[in-house]
Design a protein around this ligand. Structure first.
Ligand code: SAM
Length: 197
């Protein structure tokens, strides 16, 4: 899978610990770096739905209020909510450093949380699905769009070509000097770039 960047995922106002356990279990499977709750209305503890005991392997953070929420530096907050203005998930480019936040079972993300979000995305559907399910769909989309996989074939069925191996670019700097253009990093000067003598 070897994705670049990292992500965390959490829920605001969660009221059913089993849902959080389910989400944390999926998050662990998809390679999340942390999970969190904000203003949980029930003690989460160790829900039995977290069958892979992600709490022993993944940091679980709990914040009492939106204002107390702390994210790593440069981590971009993405709200997940079925609202009209939200960006449709299939058209969203995920930030490489991201924290996703979902709303409570019986409601929606609070205006205070929406205010903190740099983006709000939605799974284009006619109605809301279970919060842990929605989280899993978004994590799958992140993996699908950011991971490296063999191309889908034109005909139905599995891939016909093996996954292409990664080609490393040439170094951009050598001995403190820039070598080549940014585009292509070919070693030859880019358009409009002067040759150093
Ligand atoms: C079960 S839904 C909330 C219930 C819903 N507001 C209602 O009462 O009709 C719980 C959370 O799951 C997420 N969610 C569920 N379906 C979604 C969708 N299609 N797109 C984006 N988020 C969704 C949102 O974060 C939402 O706040």
């Amino acid at each position: 899978m070897a994705n670049r960047g990292y992500f965390g995922i959490g829920v605001e106002g969660i009221s059913k610990p089993m849902n959080f356990g389910n989400l944390a279990r999926s998050a662990h499977g998809f390679g999340a770096s942390f999970v969190f709750t904000v203003a949980a209305t029930k003690e989460i503890g160790r829900p039995s739905s977290d069958t892979n005991r992600s709490k022993d392997h993944l940091p679980w953070y709990s914040y009492d209020k939106v204002e107390e929420m702390r994210l790593p530096d440069d981590c971009r907050l993405v709200g997940i909510e079925l609202i009209e203005d939200a960006i449709e998930l299939p058209s969203f480019r995920h930030p490489s450093r991201a924290a996703y936040v979902l709303g409570p079972e019986g409601g929606s993300l609070s205006p205070a949380m929406i205010e903190q979000c740099e983006f709000v995305i939605k799974i284009p559907m006619d109605y809301c699905i279970n919060v842990a399910m929605a989280g899993a769909v978004v994590m799958y989309d992140r993996m699908r769009s950011m991971g490296r996989f063999a191309e889908r074939p034109v005909m139905v069925g599995g891939p016909t070509q093996p996954i292409q191996s990664h080609v490393h670019g040439k170094p951009t700097y050598s001995g403190g000097e820039r070598v080549g253009s940014r585009k292509g990093r070919s070693g030859s000067p880019g358009r409009g770039e002067k040759t150093r003598n």
